[in-house]
Design a protein around this ligand. Structure first.
Ligand code: AMP
Ligand code: MG
Length: 489
């Protein structure tokens, strides 16, 4: 078969390939085609991402696209590659890593398109180059959920499955996720060249990122007009914003290694992530993370630590340590301000004393109050005046009543109360709880993908009521706390 997907309309009018990462040259990657998978089938597709890419939705039904996004049929115009990066894993220098199971097909219409789980690469190390159905569904649904929550993230166009199996803790069937982002460049791409003292590719990469993603840094007069220091500061700011969103919505990433940190401040590499059920600030969602390095409440400090690793890598370009440190100093005040702003918005207040937020969170932690349900019920209480449902979430009712009194006074007696309806637009009804993912995955293993579609619909508009889907908005069942999600995916 002459296996070039050459659908003229697709290539010429829908996807215009302009593979700029490829133009960086051979030191940055190995050119490599994805490896085919047997008898692929659709698991799920995101119409929203297809639209964003400029892909005609009707194309998404075609068998050619199924084959193309399985890695079975090359797409003309693409220049597939696996990129090389290094990184710190669990705080230790891990040396060279790289796309061990992802292939960047190229860039079309301003977005890089990557197949994850598409077979062995020179960077697969001990791995098999594949991703399993379970983790692929989780990544697909969560990236779309995060986007709908207004949190910067990579996106996902589709998941295809195959009955071929790989071994994890047990045999599992494989899948391929098509991921989409402006760029998949990670902190680890910079660390790679810095660790090898390869200044020329390091500079080339930084200049590429400045020109493409951060042109404002080239003009900046701050930080002595040093473009690389400004790059570091802007990445610091974006990362601070991203993590503030995580903390406000109760998202735990699980593996914040520097190779999983996006240079664009996007949530990247969905593995053992979790949305909090009961509020527990020290929650560890990754079963492999025994020491709790990536516990929920460590995330801001870990992000800052990771930015130090990026700063270290950029130092040869910045030249002056004091400028790098100044750039990093943006993190703490910006994170604190953004987090405060988001928490006030969740409370439906223009501003609130820090103590009101901290006291609420300690009450919630003590009584193990469900994080998402609390905020939704509080929002409804503001809209309809019925406080019983939110009060019922607490064991220590007098303590809650005392807090509620302080809150109500702020709402009624100051100018701080915002429109109650706004609370329903920041406090989601639906988040991708682990058990919801598990239910959809269990059905998908039997080729029933309706659970995945249902979740995609709910998570695409998580602030809407979606009457009839109370199970998906309810408390997690008892078995939910037994789910163990590890790095193995
Ligand atoms: P992660 O912790 O998932 O970000 O993965 C760390 C590194 O291991 C990355 O370079 C991945 O590409 C690689 N990797 C993870 N799983 C596999 C796998 N099944 N096969 C090959 N490489 C993998
Ligand atoms: Mg990774």
């Amino acid at each position: 078969m002459n296996a070039q997907l050459d659908l003229p309309r697709l290539v010429q009018t829908s996807l215009r390939w302009n593979n700029r990462f490829h133009h960086l040259g051979a030191r940055f990657y190995t050119p490599l085609a994805p490896q085919p998978i047997p008898a692929p089938y659709w698991v799920s597709r995101s119409a929203a991402v297809a639209k964003q890419l400029g892909l005609d939705e009707a194309w998404m039904d075609s068998d050619d696209l199924l084959q193309a996004f399985s890695g079975n049929l090359p797409i003309s115009g693409t220049q597939p590659l696996a990129s090389v990066y290094s990184g710190h894993q669990f705080g230790n220098w891990a040396g060279q890593l790289g796309d061990g199971r992802a292939i960047l097909l190229g860039e079309a219409n301003g977005f890089e398109i990557q197949l994850k789980g598409s077979g062995l690469t020179p960077y697969s190390r001990m791995g098999d180059g594949r991703a399993v159905l379970r983790s692929s569904i989780r990544e697909f649904l969560c990236s779309e959920a995060m986007h709908a929550l207004g949190i910067p993230t990579t996106r996902a166009l589709c998941v295809v499955g195959s009955d071929a199996q790989v071994w994890r803790e047990t045999p599992e069937s494989i899948a391929v996720v098509t991921r989409v982002a402006q760029s998949f460049i990670r902190f680890g791409h910079f660390e790679h060249f810095a660790a090898r003292r390869q200044l020329e590719p390091l500079k080339k990469l930084a200049d590429y990122c400045l020109e493409r993603y951060y042109p404002e840094c080239l003009q900046a007069s701050t930080l002595a007009g040093n473009a690389y220091a400004n790059l570091l500061q802007t990445v610091t700011e974006r990362t601070a914003m991203m993590v503030a969103h995580w903390q406000a919505v109760g998202f735990c990433h699980g593996v914040m290694n520097t190779d999983n940190m996006s240079l664009l401040g996007l949530t990247l590499d969905y593995g053992p992530f979790q949305f909090l059920d009961a509020y527990d600030p020290g929650h560890i969602c990754n079963h492999t993370d025994r020491a709790g390095r990536y516990a929920f409440d460590h995330q801001p400090d870990i992000a800052h630590w990771n930015l130090y690793a990026l700063a270290q890598a950029l130092l040869p370009l910045i030249g002056e340590q004091s400028l790098a440190l100044q750039a990093l100093d943006a993190f703490k005040p910006l994170f604190a301000a953004k987090y405060h702003q988001l928490m006030c918005a969740k409370l439906g207040l223009a501003d609130a004393p820090d103590a009101l937020i901290e006291d609420l969170l300690s009450l919630m932690a003590r009584d193990k109050v469900d994080y998402t349900i609390f905020w939704r019920r509080l929002s409804h209480a503001r809209v309809d005046g019925h406080t019983t449902p939110v009060r019922d979430l607490f064991l220590d009712r007098p303590a809650f009543d005392a807090w509620m009194l302080r809150y109500s006074e702020l709402v009624t007696h100051t100018q701080q109360g915002l429109e109650a309806d706004l609370m329903l637009k920041i406090n989601p009804k639906f988040v991708l709880r682990n058990y919801l993912g598990e239910e959809a995955i269990t059905a998908a293993r039997n080729k029933n993908f309706s659970g995945v579609s249902k979740l995609l619909t709910l998570l695409n508009s998580p602030f809407d009521e979606h009457p009839g889907f109370e199970h998906e908005a309810g408390f997690p069942p008892d078995w939910a706390s037994q789910i163990e999600i590890s790095c193995s995916s």
